[in-house]
Write a protein that binds this ligand. Structure first.
Ligand code: ADP
Length: 399
């Protein structure tokens, strides 16, 4: 069975075609700068040179057309015809409290994704365009949505409610939803395998640290708490997002910078985080390098990032009876030994003892980097959201 996985961002589209008989990747690729000058598709097949298309792609449908052409291309393709694709799985950001699990696309599902554009203004419209493009371009194939929020549905109300007027919660469904759910779910399942435990007995804190970052407190295999909120803005200090902030900052900015609420939101999402503080970059490699050369703002931004993660680890440990492991994943968690060290040092009194020798230089492999005999394990575990999306899609279309 072949499943195509689609992940549409506001101006990008990532795809991966998977053979679900052995869960191998047939090909993957990326379209960048959709609707912007300089659109580019890069199609990658293991063992072959990348195939690149640089042509104007004015929307996600244009981009999808180029992806399908690449898949069946005589020279660069991987299938003889699109008929070989059994189903398409779409990563979707927000379905509010209505779409709470992976499901087949129907008109109602699309209406719900549209309804929650208010909580996912960048992602939900792009997700919807990706779905509609697939429906039009390969007629009759089942499309499945896999929600970024789904794995967090098990949070208790005391963790997902905001302490605002209850009527506002009921009127707008304003609550914490949490994101990166597909990644947190993959890690939970994988860690249960690695630790040889039943998922229902697994207690971990998963740190998904990338451009966007979130922590999940996974108790008895289920999410008990997570750091992102009604949108992916809440929680950790991120590449360009502020994370937790006193809401007064927003009203203050609107009044004193003479900007609209929408502009304030853009400011907190796009020009804040480590980029905003460092005034330099949202990329942690740039910031680590700048700090090494004496850039104090880059140092401050990194300190704020690592300290926020540390505080959330503490908050989540306080909600767990016992902890099997802290897990590091995402671009930063998997690759940056420096960030891992700065987050985890100083937590020894809690049983978290990083072994610097195991940590330093280790990238993107499944390994325990805690000291031998330490109470709590510390794992690096590369995430695989595409595989989770493909698995859910396979399961749903097989029913
Ligand atoms: P996204 O949230 O876009 O999926 P990723 O999980 O791919 O992001 O993470 C991207 C981030 O990972 C980059 O912005 C970069 O800062 C960070 N990163 C990747 N490799 C390293 C590294 N070796 N050292 C430090 N940071 C890294």
């Amino acid at each position: 069975m072949k499943i195509l996985v689609i992940n549409c961002g506001s101006s990008s589209l990532k795809y991966q075609l998977m053979n679900m008989d052995d869960e191998s990747v047939i090909c993957k690729g990326l379209v960048e700068r959709i609707g912007i000058e300089g659109s580019k598709l890069t199609h990658k097949v293991e063992g072959r040179e990348n195939f690149v298309v640089e042509e104007a792609m004015k929307n996600h449908k244009d981009a999808m057309k180029h992806v399908f052409d690449a898949l069946v291309s005589k020279e660069h393709g991987v299938v003889a015809s699109l008929d070989e694709i059994d189903g398409i799985g779409h990563r979707v950001l927000h379905g509010g409290d209505i779409i709470t699990d992976s499901t087949l696309v129907t008109e109602d599902v699309k209406k719900t994704i549209e309804k929650f554009i208010c909580f996912g203004p960048l992602h939900n419209p792009a997700n919807l365009m990706g779905i509609e493009a697939c429906e039009e371009l390969v007629k009759g194939k089942p499309n499945v949505v896999v929600m970024d929020t789904a794995f967090h549905q098990t949070m208790p109300a005391k963790n997902y409610m905001y302490a605002i007027d209850y009527d506002l919660y009921e009127k707008y469904r304003l609550r914490k939803y949490g994101f990166h759910g597909t990644s947190h779910k993959y890690i939970a399942h994988r860690m249960a395998e690695i630790l040889n435990k039943d998922l229902s007995e697994l207690n971990i804190i998963n740190c998904h640290l990338g451009n966007g970052s979130s922590l999940a407190c996974i108790k008895n295999g289920k999410v008990y708490d997570t750091s992102m909120g009604v949108t992916p803005l809440e929680g950790l200090v991120m590449g360009t997002r502020s994370g937790d902030i006193d809401p007064t900052v927003v009203t203050f900015l609107c009044e004193n910078e003479n900007i609209t609420p929408h502009e304030a939101n853009q400011w907190l999402n796009k020009k804040s985080g480590v980029l905003g503080v460092s005034k330099l970059s949202s990329d942690f490699r740039d910031l680590e390098e700048a700090r090494d050369k004496g850039n104090e703002k880059a140092g401050l931004a990194l300190d704020m990032f690592t300290n926020r993660v540390k505080k959330y680890i503490g908050a989540y440990m306080a909600q767990m009876p016992e902890l099997d492991a802290i897990v590091m994943t995402g671009g930063i968690g998997e690759n940056s030994d420096t960030m891992r060290r700065e987050i985890l040092h100083g937590l020894e009194h809690l049983g978290i003892e990083l072994d610097d020798k195991k940590n330093d230089g280790t990238r993107a492999k499944e390994v325990n980097i805690a000291k031998d005999g330490a109470k709590i394990k510390i794992y690096i575990c590369p995430t695989n959201e595409e595989l989770m999306i493909a698995r859910d899609t396979k399961e749903i279309i097989s029913k």
